[in-house]
Design a protein around this ligand. Sequence first.
Ligand code: ADP
Ligand code: MG
Length: 204
Amino acid sequence: MHNIDSIHNVTTLPLGEGRLEVVCGPMFSGKTEELLRRVRRAVIAHQPTLIIKPATDTRYAIDEVVSHDKNAMPSKVVKNSRDILNSLEVDGKMALVVAIDEAQFFDDELPEVCNELANRGLRVIVAGLDLDFTGKPFGCMPQLLALAEEVTKLHAVCMETGRAAHFSHRIAGGDNTIELGEKDRYVPLARHAFVVFRKKENSK
Ligand code: ADP
Ligand code: MG
């Protein structure tokens, strides 16, 4: 049996909040916007905040996280998820909040790394595509979704039906799971439209 006094003994609590938040959805659903919104509020609260993105995402800028409506904030570029554990300094202080964009591009160790950071008392906010262009769970996102205290699923506007889009349909490019692109390559679709387009694709 736990002693309730020891549970509520604040001296045993880490400095920060220690939690994992995941923001997911298709392309253009506002994941980066939402990540940056949460980061801005943490900065207002004077919490040392670090934004991280994978080296693979070079779409708009090398060292900035940029949303499709051109909102931007400086970020640290990291090759492997383990490197995040050694990049926690921001303006000479240890980060209390770590925001990671495009999580689906990271290696399989990212969930473990995020869990470790949250256990140490950091607030970890992760944004990423939950599904790839074929509609399958993307990379390590399923593990992150399972580990998170809080999950936010966002939707884009379906360009065929105007409904809530949950899928990112690829209109150009190859068959690789990772294929960087914008409106020239991807279109957000609701389920029915996505199923119709995938059937057409598969019967080619
Ligand atoms: P994500 O990170 O999920 O790809 P962003 O945060 O970068 O999304 O961009 C979201 C912005 O994309 C919206 O605020 C809007 O201005 C723009 N946008 C373009 N096409 C769409 C669409 N079909 N549905 C919703 N937003 C769209
Ligand atoms: Mg984004």
